[in-house]
Design a protein around this ligand. Sequence first.
Ligand code: ADP
Ligand code: GLC
Length: 483
Amino acid sequence: MIKKILFVTSEAHPLIKTGGLADVSGSLPKALSGLGVDVRLIMPNYQAIKTTEEIFYKSTVRVNHIDANILETRLPGTQVLVWLVDCPEFFDFPGNPYVDEQGNAWANSAGRFALFCRVAVEVAMNRSYLDWTPGIIHCNDWQSGLVPALLSLEASRPATVFTIHNMAYQGLFPKSTLTALNLPKPLWNPAGIEFNGMLSFIKGGLAYADRITTVSPTYAVEIQTADYGYGLEGLLSHRNDALTGILNGIDLGQWNPRTDPAISEHYDISTLNKKQLNKSALQKKLSLPVDINIPVFALISRLVEQKGIDLVVECLPGMLALPLQFVLLGRGDKEFEQQLSRFAKTHPDKMAITLGYDETLAHQLEAGADIFLMPSRFEPCGLNQLYSQRYGTVPIVRKTGGLADTVVDALPENLGNKTATGFVFNEATAGTLMEAIKRALLVYGQPEAWKQLQATGMQQDHSWHKSAKDYMALYEKLVPAGR
Ligand code: ADP
Ligand code: GLC
């Protein structure tokens, strides 16, 4: 029987994106649909959604005294159906899913996502006039956390999967929110959505979902420890039997140096020398001295503590004294933005920084750079190290989460047996990052070894092929409850 799966997410590329969750929500459903699954997305109808696909009105549901329309469209360029929860009083504002135009978190975040979850539950229960009964509801991150919790109160319900993309974001709100949102009282207990006297959206997923997944095997182990569990390590160890790590894949169509419309010159392993043309185009675009011999380091990231940006800032004086160029694209914490801008201003011949969100430039950086920096303090999976490998841009990563699972360190033996795909360091300190940078420069100075490192990365299979099958295997084991 064909599985019917409702995929609940707060962002999906190319409709709207703030980070890797959108990449996964835009590509995993496509891969599942390729395996014969009837998968449909549900997400809020934000003002900022961009699409050229048609959008139709489907129905109106009333939840907690609020009317919400359900609109139907498709993931652009695919047959995958998307239902947009349209409620202008919550979502028809400029800004992104989590912050307003000024970058401040939405004051009514809890209300926005509680409404979204309630509508998703109505769709899950086939009570929203869409005439479709899913067998599995696949939720992602705290914004969808109330869905498994609310479904647990239904006598007969679909099975639920909750995927953790990041334990650092939990959707914690004051206890008064429970009453303000009129949430069912039975959910309020320490084994439920209560967390240290606060209302926790993510616990709705962690406590009530039939299965929990996260986006790499290493992160699945890490989050059961105090260093990575953000206070929920006990609950996660308790649910150990229900928890698995499935590595993210990437969209090979969108991230392909052979066809990428954003880059100057297409290339693959057999034409790797053409990568240099992308490098000079990038240097020119960013007003850096054009020099194909100087190694270009890149970083594309949300500028937040998770990503080890403080380590990069600490390394910068040493780094900029070396023969290299550094290009950075990101936005986030104002303090990081200011610190990084100051370095770029005082070293205009070595460092170029773009503060903002720019999909096209992200592709150009991947194609034009030699080395990619990803010194994350924690990284559930990470996608840029995978995009980098595919573009022959060698990643430097900290050994954590998905980075540990996807990058093989360029130790002499790994270089010798042609398995190395990057540089890996252990401690989250500026000193160890700097050592890794120097190691990378040494190998960069050996053209044959460098080429091999690039080629091995480019040959890795990071498609959804295997992971989508792992999700399928997980879905196969699940059965709706009480039916
Ligand atoms: P996270 O989801 O924690 O931000 P990932 O590595 O999983 O980290 O995914 C980040 C995604 O967001 C990648 O596709 C990356 O290219 C993209 N990205 C991050 N910052 C920017 C930016 N400033 N401009 C364009 N793309 C960005
Ligand atoms: C999160 C994580 C990142 C992961 C992405 C998609 O935002 O920080 O590591 O790749 O989700 O799963």
